[in-house]
Design a protein around this ligand. Structure first.
Ligand code: DHB
Ligand code: FE
Length: 280
């Protein structure tokens, strides 16, 4: 049977991908960011998950304002890195797991989560930057990836509570999959950041620290946090953090925090990163 072995959260700042692609990861500005992922890179090389269910958001790259699914799942055999205006990032194509993805789609929809099925999806920095942070610059990515895209770009995004419940449904679906697979669930985006308007550049380290604590220890309260609190406390793009609750819902009630990293500055965003393991 398939198992959920761990959960990971991380920010997905596009400039991190650009720094790596242009050989700047050792620069004074970027080195502390990449150093913060060294522990995880060693850990994941030992863990060797078979599949990552990678929860991310498209930034009006593959989706546009003409079509905005709240939740979508990538069922294709592979996914190309998207051209976000400067050509696609020089990273490997992402290999999917079509059979498990279709199983998830069927299980979720029968579980009353009406997720959109994507048979083609180019993946932007929301997905490729977390891959680079976790795996560096390999010839081919060492895991299969099932992209789960969440609308956090056009109001109204799904509630944290709904995201958490989707995570619980993903857990049920994975555990019912009849193949021996180690599956990780990643939640990406965040932490506090605002890219526009008078509050552009907003960082709220106190809110972010409490969010990290509560995600591990008190998700039942955190899942009720209303949108307005994300916007007020973590900025307009801080709403990306609802995606972390999908990961948390997929891990089950009790988790152990294996690793935490928090760093400012990285472009306009507070970088936050957690590695969680379901309690035995
Ligand atoms: C930045 C962060 C993001 O999450 C994003 O999608 C785009 C830009 C930034 O900090 O520059
Ligand atoms: Fe983003």
């Amino acid at each position: 049977m398939a198992r959920i072995t761990a959960g990971v959260t991380t920010s997905h700042v596009p400039a991190i991908g650009a720094a790596l692609d242009h050989g700047k990861s050792g620069d004074d500005y970027w080195k502390p960011v990449f150093d913060g992922y060294e522990w995880t890179k060693k850990w994941i090389a030992r863990e060797r998950p078979d599949v990552v269910v990678l929860v991310f958001n498209d930034h009006a790259t593959s989706f546009s304002l003409e079509m905005i699914p709240t939740f979508a799942i990538g069922c294709a055999d592979s996914f190309a890195p998207a051209d976000e205006g400067f050509g696609p990032r020089p990273v490997p194509r992402v290999q999917g797991h079509s059979d498990l993805a279709w199983h998830l789609a069927e299980s979720l929809i029968r579980d009353e989560f009406d997720i959109t099925i994507m048979n083609k999806l180019d993946v932007d920095h929301g997905l490729t930057v977390p891959m680079s942070l976790m795996f560096g610059q390999p010839e081919a990515w060492p895991v299969k990836v099932i992209p789960v895209a969440v609308n956090v770009v056009q109001f109204p995004p799904p509630t944290g509570n709904r995201c958490y419940a989707l995570g619980e449904a993903i857990r049920r679906a994975v555990l019912a999959y009849d193949e021996d697979l180690d599956v990780q669930v990643w939640g990406t985006g965040g932490m506090s950041h605002q890219l526009q308007g008078p509050r552009a550049g907003l960082i709220n380290a106190e809110f972010d620290a409490a969010f990290l604590d509560r995600l591990t220890a008190d998700p039942e309260a955190l899942r009720k946090l209303p949108h307005i609190e994300y916007l007020r406390e973590a900025g307009s793009e801080g709403i990306e953090m609802v995606m972390w609750l999908i990961m948390r819902g997929a891990l089950g009630e009790d988790v152990k925090e294996l690793y935490r990293f928090y760093h400012v500055p990285a472009s306009n965003t507070a970088v936050g990163h957690l590695v969680l393991e379901p309690a035995q």
